[in-house]
Design a protein around this ligand. Structure first.
Ligand SMILES: NC(=O)c1ccc[n+]([C@@H]2O[C@H](COP(=O)([O-])OP(=O)(O)OC[C@H]3O[C@@H](n4cnc5c(N)ncnc54)[C@H](OP(=O)(O)O)[C@@H]3O)[C@@H](O)[C@H]2O)c1
Length: 255
């Protein structure tokens, strides 16, 4: 089976959390498809490596260090990118995740705030910083990375993570509602468990196998299973789709 070819030549894509995992896969794929890519991440070494590797392959990428939970840092990063690129076509909000599987009873307040800030506030801050450019251009694509954990509870997770991801899906609809008249779409994907380094660190092999067996495809997802959806939601073909969350979970949960 061949693969779909996308063309984002002349477009500027900014991907948060792009030093690793789904963000990294998306940044690489946008660059491969001709976009000028900004790799935003807290991890300076990892982000620099992603951008450098893209450039080595002939792509156009820059790394910008940014903590996406800090309003001031987000403003500084977006101001710099917009001054340099002079436009922004695609914003992929991928920074997110959790590290501790706790019950509600076990969750300290600081853990709640940290996880909600990373998964939900970050999308508010980054999208707010992108909106003026999108409005000026009368076009833009927002792709948020939500989670199956924000749709239902099928396995131990993290309470603030699940709650924040449900918030991401809701914020996606709010953004679609506000920005449709400005030519901007906002959609999300809700990935099932995906074999990124973080997930391999957080979930045991036994858990990953068990989750994989619960899908109709018989395995957990690879990063490449998510990336195509991210590019599709940013493509011209997806121009009439907005406010939606696409569940990419191998049929584990049919919603
Ligand atoms: N993998 C899955 O199974 C799965 C399933 C459903 C949804 N998702 C969602 O998909 C997205 C990507 O997940 P992933 O597994 O690909 O993540 P990942 O591999 O952990 O990558 C996330 C990246 O974001 C960076 N980051 C963390 N905090 C940040 C901050 N405050 N500011 C800027 N960057 C920050 C991380 O840097 P450090 O490494 O230095 O922390 C890392 O490079 C997340 O939103 C996640 O919730 C993932």
């Amino acid at each position: 089976m061949g693969t779909t070819t996308f063309d984002f030549s002349g477009q500027v894509a900014l991907v948060t959390g792009a030093a690793r995992g789904i963000g990294k896969g998306s940044a690489e794929a946008f660059a491969e498809a001709g976009a000028r890519v900004y790799v935003l991440d807290l991890d300076e070494a990892g982000g620099e490596t992603v951008a450098r590797d893209i450039r080595k392959r002939g792509g156009n990428a820059s790394f910008v260090a940014c903590d996406v939970t800090e309003a001031g840092r987000v403003t500084t990063a977006f101001d710099r990118i917009l001054a340099e690129a002079e436009r922004l076509d695609i914003l992929v909000n991928s920074a997110g995740g959790f590290w501790k599987q706790l019950s509600v009873e076990e969750t300290p307040e600081e853990e709640w705030d940290k996880v909600v800030d990373l998964n939900l506030k970050s999308i508010f801050l980054c999208t707010r910083a992108a909106i003026p450019a999108f409005k000026r251009q009368r076009s833009g694509r927002i792709v948020n990375i939500g989670s199956m954990a924000g749709v239902s509870v099928l396995q131990p997770s993290s309470p603030p993570y699940a709650a924040a991801k449900a918030g991401v899906h809701s914020l996606t609809r709010v953004l679609a509602f506000e920005l449709g008249k400005h030519g901007v779409t906002a959609n999300a994907i809700a990935p099932g468990t995906t074999a990124t380094e973080r997930v391999v660190a957080v979930r045991s092999q036994e858990q990953r196998d068990m989750i994989g067996k619960g899908t109709l495809i018989g395995r957990i997802a690879e990063v490449s299973d998510m990336v195509g959806w991210v590019l599709f939601l940013a493509s011209p073909e997806a121009g009439y789709l907005t406010g939606q969350t696409i569940s990419v979970n191998g049929g584990r949960l049919m919603v």
